[in-house]
Design a protein around this ligand. Structure first.
Ligand SMILES: [Zn+2]
Ligand SMILES: [Zn+2]
Length: 365
């Protein structure tokens, strides 16, 4: 059996194997084999860190000896094409990557692809570079990515580091939970931990930027003892922050200009963003919030933003703004899931709908 379009070329890589993969991708897209041609860059084919490049139509396909393969948009001229190949080549020398380990499942490989591309969500990895991970598998793949990032609180691990973590952490190699306790960070939309008690928890990156009223970076520590009191410390010199507080278990802070608070919990301290209430009577503010929701769905799912229903143009009916937006979120999820399943009839509509709702807000799923 030859290589399939999604599995990538056979390893160890040969010119014939890379070509067979390029032909399979072309065939899948209805392009004749005669239109597929090799892009020759001096030395690339012979280097142990090199590989082969092919093109057809608007696409440029790269297959590396390190096991990587990618489908890109062809920049259109010989010099720019060469530049793309050189960049990929250079990266495989600098960041010797893992033959994407064959024993890893699609969720883990998709998480590695996100790290390799330097994006913060698996949803941001182009769909053809995460085979086997559609909307229904996305929450699980994001969970693997968050797990890999948790080893390095402030910056993402390199791909080789992540592969090593996968070897250590058996849980991350299993099929991940379908409802992982993650949600989009309310401030930056990165991956943040979620719990029903603290549904507005910000991500680790944002939590590290929390500042007190004095404008200093702070962190919270729970006090010892039965009462859940909170100690607020300035990060620069470890001194105690004496800014006024209304309750002993929480403190107001700012996270990138968002009002937020540190809260002592049973297990530690969370940083949660305060809601920014929208006035249902302000039609423009409601429309902006509606657009924001559609964009959020696109960002967390990697799917196109669904069109807004006509009623979002206002005037909004009286009532609770949150309730209107909740109804809109359900509608957008429905639209996006239906559009996806129309094109992918093998996927289960209910599973896709559930996954999209979970990615937007676990409380919605
Ligand atoms: Zn964040
Ligand atoms: Zn302070």
């Amino acid at each position: 059996m030859g290589p399939t379009a999604t599995d990538g070329p056979e390893q160890p890589l040969t010119r014939a194997g890379a070509r067979a993969w390029a032909l399979a991708v072309a065939e899948q897209r209805g392009v004749a084999a005669s239109e597929v041609s090799e892009v020759v860059v001096d030395g690339y084919a012979d280097d142990p860190d090199g590989g082969f490049a092919f093109r057809f139509g608007p696409l440029l396909l790269l297959a590396g000896r390190d096991g990587s393969h990618s489908i890109r948009i062809d920049p259109g001229d010989e010099a720019a094409r060469r530049e793309v190949v050189l960049q990929v080549w250079e990266r495989s020398i600098r960041d010797p990557a893992p033959v994407p380990p064959k024993h890893l499942g699609p969720h883990q490989r998709a998480a590695l692809a996100a790290l390799r591309l330097g994006v913060r969500r698996v949803a941001a990895v182009p769909a053809d570079q995460r085979p086997g991970v559609g909307p229904a598998q996305l929450p699980g793949a994001e969970w693997v990515l968050a797990g890999l990032r948790a080893f390095h609180p402030l910056r993402a691990p390199t791909v080789p580091q992540a592969v090593a973590h996968l070897e250590e952490a058996e849980a991350l190699r299993r099929v991940p939970p379908s409802d992982p306790p993650l949600h989009p960070c309310p401030v930056c939309r990165g991956l943040a931990e979620w719990s029903p008690e603290h549904p507005r928890t910000v991500c680790r990156d944002c939590a590290a930027t929390a500042r007190c009223d004095h404008g200093r970076l702070v962190e919270g520590r729970p006090t010892n003892g039965p009462a859940r009191h909170l100690l607020v410390l300035h990060r620069d010199d470890g001194s105690r922050c004496d800014a006024a507080r209304e309750r002993p278990d929480r403190a107001e802070v700012a996270v990138a200009a968002w009002p937020a608070e540190l809260v002592a919990t049973l297990t530690g301290v969370v940083v949660q963003a305060s809601p920014r209430p929208v006035n249902a009577g302000d039609d423009l503010a409601m429309l902006a919030a509606a657009r924001d929701l559609a964009e959020l769905l696109a960002e967390v799912s990697g799917l196109p933003a669904p069109p807004l229903p006509a009623w979002t143009a206002g005037p909004f009916p009286d009532g609770d703004a949150d309730e209107h937006l909740w109804r809109l979120a359900e509608h957008l999820v429905e639209e996006a899931a239906t559009a996806w399943c129309d094109e992918h009839p093998d996927d289960d509509l209910e599973a896709v709908r559930h996954a999209l709702a979970h990615l937007m807000d676990p409380a919605l799923a």
